[in-house]
Design a protein around this ligand. Structure first.
Ligand code: ATP
Ligand code: MG
Length: 340
């Protein structure tokens, strides 16, 4: 790729096998300093494996991985000194209090007792845990544990953060808080690699996104690039009268094809040709269907993901028999240089 740029996070042709399973089958990715790279993919895609290689917890079989210019295999100590890691499962010590957890990590990082204490206090405040600081972590709610976990990963003031599904299981409010915290860190110059099953999370936070599936990069770009790459637009129609829904559905199917679906009191249909709109309007008019809402919007990241991997991601998402063809692969090209 570009020469002369020091990426905060970089992988080249990264390979990691578990016996027969190629968890990473030649992954290239890069994050510029002070940005968030979203790493997306369905269950088992290789996201956690990639994070563990970067965090020096796993040795790659081939290829290279670097953090702030340091090779994870040759200079694991330098890498560890730069990074913070929040794993997929909160890793706080249940028996210790919030305060003791952070203090312990500070001491393990070699901080003087007073410094470790001050840092713990600062982080507990920042993550709104000061009231619960003296309670054992086992009494914390899931959201509080996640916040403590993130605080723990920040004790050593890391320049590069690896966040493996940091908001899984959080309610929307706590998730929003965690997003704000991450935005604040990035504004201070921290670089983050974020894996997530929530596509709107990647949309909100990531400057760039890499989508992997079965250990291979299948798409990359900014959230906007991915949305326009993977497939046109979505037509949304809501008739004023619910009784018109079936007729309207038949008309849209005629105009836009069999992927038109009734959802709630409206109809959605993927559309690759914007010139379709006038004919839809004409048909509705001819059938005397009063229209409450008719719009053309861009595909959501969710729809892009479905088109790319052939299955939905996330809790509640099920890889049912949905047509994986979707709007077609458009301009995706893992080796084609892609957008840069
Ligand atoms: N320690 C291990 N031993 C054997 N196989 C493993 C190990 N860790 C991961 N794998 C396999 O490697 C593949 C990638 O797993 P990984 O945990 O990286 O996926 P993931 O993208 O993080 O998935 P999820 O979204 O479910 O967290 C899977 O097929 C998994 O079963
Ligand atoms: Mg994982």
């Amino acid at each position: 790729m570009t020469t002369g740029t020091t990426y905060a996070i970089r992988a080249e042709a990264l390979v990691k096998r578990f016996k027969e399973t190629p968890a990473l089958a030649g992954v290239d990715l890069a994050a510029r300093p002070g940005t968030v790279l979203g790493l997306l993919g369905p269950n088992g895609a290789g996201k956690t494996t990639a994070v563990r290689v970067f965090a020096t917890l796993l040795r790659p079989d081939a290829g290279r991985a670097e953090v702030a210019g340091h090779d994870v295999v040759r200079e694991p100590g330098r890498v560890r000194a730069m990074i913070g890691l929040t794993g997929q499962y909160a890793a706080v010590d249940e028996q210790l209090t919030g305060s003791e957890n952070l203090l312990l990590i500070g001491r393990l990082l070699g901080m003087a007792r007073a410094d470790a204490r001050a840092r713990a206090r600062e982080l507990l405040e920042r993550f709104h845990l000061d009231d619960a600081a003296g309670r054992a972590a086992k009494t914390y709610s899931g959201g509080m544990r996640r916040r403590l976990d993130l605080a723990a990963s920040l004790v050593g003031r890391p320049r590069v953060l690896f966040l493996d599904e940091p908001t899984t299981g959080l309610d929307p409010h706590s998730r929003g808080e965690l997003w704000d915290m991450l935005r604040g860190l990035v504004a201070e110059g921290v670089t983050a690699l974020l894996t997530t099953q929530y596509l709107n999370e990647a949309d909100q936070l990531a400057d760039d996104i890499v989508v992997i599936d079965r250990g291979k990069v299948i798409a990359e770009g900014t959230p906007d690039q991915l949305k326009s790459q993977a497939g046109g637009q979505v037509l949304q129609l809501r008739p004023v009268h619910r009784a018109d829904l079936a007729t309207a559905h038949a008309l849209i199917t005629e105009a836009a094809g069999p992927q038109a679906r009734i959802e709630g009191d409206g109809i959605t249909a993927p559309v690759n040709d914007p010139a379709l709109m006038p004919s839809v309007v004409r048909r509705l008019d001819q059938a005397s269907i009063a229209v409450g809402e008719l719009s053309l919007r861009r595909s959501s990241l969710d729809e892009v993901f479905l088109a790319l991997t052939g299955h939905r991601t996330g809790p509640g998402g099920d890889p049912d028999g949905q047509d994986p063809g979707g709007p077609g692969p458009g301009g995706r090209g893992p080796d084609g240089g892609g957008p840069s």
